[in-house]
Design a protein around this ligand. Structure first.
Ligand code: MLT
Length: 237
């Protein structure tokens, strides 16, 4: 197995790694939201680039629900924000969700042509590791924040890589993956509390979303693995 970690994702960058099984990581909060929605019964979650695109879809298909955020807050006219704890407390059985967020959904769409596109977060980490350990090439994409490094995404990659290296033969890792691995090893049990020190965690807490931050930093709440299909993300397992 080969592992690569994109520590910062730039919207306009080229994507040379199309043959990699790709894991999109946006711990706070898009990847945690998608995983929670599907675990809570949603039929699919379709990521879209813009608020306008979301409204256009709703006009043609009024049964879809719109979810997403701008500056972490719910978008006017949308049914939901981008809050995993809000998704946890509503029944989404059979519901079709259109989601747009500042960084996470864009990172997904920029990699949509890759071999397989999965969602990773602490909430589904062990299920994901079980799936990834038999894959060949793995690309971890940290969605970051407006092209800036995000501590929580990087630490998640580290924890994932620690477990992958225990479970399978890793032939090569790029430098970012090595650093993520080392950071996770050094932090050990302090990793999740340290992730709460991140810039975006602090922004979310200041906007009243501490419950989301705490929830997104829980491991193995779900065994759902979201995979991208033509309709949107569906559950793989
Ligand atoms: C994003 O995609 O940028 C995030 O998920 C933002 C958030 O909801 O906190």
């Amino acid at each position: 197995m080969k592992i690569k970690t994109k520590v910062i994702y730039y919207e306009k960058e080229k994507n040379p790694d199309t043959n990699y099984t790709t894991v999109i990581v946006d711990i706070l909060r898009a990847s945690s939201s998608i995983t929670t929605l599907l675990s809570n019964g949603a039929l699919w979650v379709k990521p879209v680039m813009s608020i306008e695109e979301a409204f256009n879809i709703k006009e043609k298909s009024p049964d879809v629900l719109l979810a997403g955020e701008k500056n972490a807050l719910k978008i006017e006219g949308f049914d939901f924000g981008n809050s995993p704890t809000e998704f946890l407390n509503n029944d989404f059985k059979g519901k079709k969700i259109v989601l747009t967020t500042t960084n996470g959904t864009k990172a997904v769409l920029n990699h949509r042509d890759n071999f397989e596109v999965l969602i990773g977060c602490f909430l589904n980490i062990n299920a994901l590791i079980d799936y990834l350990k038999i894959r060949e090439n793995i690309l971890l994409v940290c969605s970051g924040s407006h092209g800036e490094f995000s501590l929580e995404d990087f630490l998640f990659c580290g924890r994932l890589i620690v477990n992958l290296t225990k479970n399978c033969n890793v032939e090569s890792m790029d430098d970012a993956s090595k650093l993520a691995l080392k950071a996770a090893q050094l932090l050990g049990n302090e990793l999740l509390p340290y992730a709460k020190e991140s810039m975006h965690a602090k922004v979310l807490v200041s906007k009243g979303f501490e419950k989301d931050v705490d929830f997104c930093l829980k491991e193995n709440v779900f065994s759902t693995i979201p995979i991208l299909t033509d309709e949107g993300f569906k559950t793989l397992n």
